[in-house]
Design a protein around this ligand. Sequence first.
Ligand code: ATP
Ligand code: MG
Length: 382
Amino acid sequence: MREKSIPPLVTDEEVSHLLDVPSPKLEAAYQKGIVKKYQKRGLNAIQFRKGLGPVEAGTMVVKGEEIEVIRGFPKIRRTLMLHPALEKHFPREVAVEEKMNGYNVRIAQVDDRIVAFTRGGYICPYTSRKASQILNLDEFFQDYPQMVICGEMVGTMNPYVSHYYPEVGKLGFRIFDLREKLTNTPLPVMVKRELLADYQLEPVRLLGVFPVEEAPQKILGIVRELGKNDREGVVMKDPQMQLEPLKYTSSQAQAAELEYALSFPFDLAQAFLFSRIIREGFQSHETGESTDQLRERALRMGESILYPMLETIGKVEQGELAAEDLLIEVDSQEEAEEFIRHLRDLKVMATLAEIKDGKAVIRRIHQSTNDRINNYLDGGLY
Ligand code: ATP
Ligand code: MG
């Protein structure tokens, strides 16, 4: 009943007009669950669970004093072979930024509030709290209320993608795009960097701007070095940001993802395995590596597949649960519980394992991995 008393934002003519999506199409998307009401954390909004025409997944239409549109962050496509792909894609120059391995966050000012959205358009209570602790955004948004700050939340103390960066440690935020609300138009690479510097906001690293003829060779070298330091890879951008960016990652990043996926083989491996193997095949081909380097890659791949799986089988045999522990910083038990409720909303099953020294251990259980390993250990057939 309560649902019905809420003004039907979805069928609002103004929304249809703003997004350039005809009303009936919007209505149909709403019926199909592509578009949903989002009434949480003081927000009256609609959320695009999937893309719809030109509107990206993760787009939020927020109804405050006026209607504001925070567009979803566009998907970045991947190159498998740098040489031909870059020449096809970029006419002159390529700006190479480091690709940071964390999770995507868009921050915007809505109705005098600063709100942090995760990839799908959700407001994560932990991310919101941490973003306001880590960043000083008031001045920026006073001057640029129409901008959306897009960046990566990185570090070990986060519940989504935990990765250690020596310059970050527990938690940090690195900005890779400044985009306009409603249109999603990004600022050119150098304009963005200068603006961020004016407000002491930290951008991702710019690793060089190269003529397209030199770019593939340079990038192969850069990515090899990044990989040696357990860093993920690069995003290659048109300096003017008029073309779509592309991404390319290190062999070590592929291995780390395989290792994670194979720790929970019956929950994650199928979705991960094929694409990571393909990336390694083309990277190995393009780098034209020596016999020794190739062997090293083969070993890394094999180890990252076999070892984590063996470890999990062993654990389950000992009666342990196949689960991953996520660490977050909290000031109270209520904060930890609020975060777990947020995960439940996302359909992620997790429990609070313990709170100690201001840190909550959130246990995410991988049920299929448990059940199936137990079954096979008992002689079940595959
Ligand atoms: P999706 O593309 O839907 O986000 P994905 O898991 O395939 O999903 P990634 O492979 O991590 O995404 O690559 C794209 C993401 O990389 C971006 O969404 C962004 O969060 C992150 N990223 C990190 N560094 C940069 C950067 N310098 N420029 C742009 N994006 C970056
Ligand atoms: Mg990522």
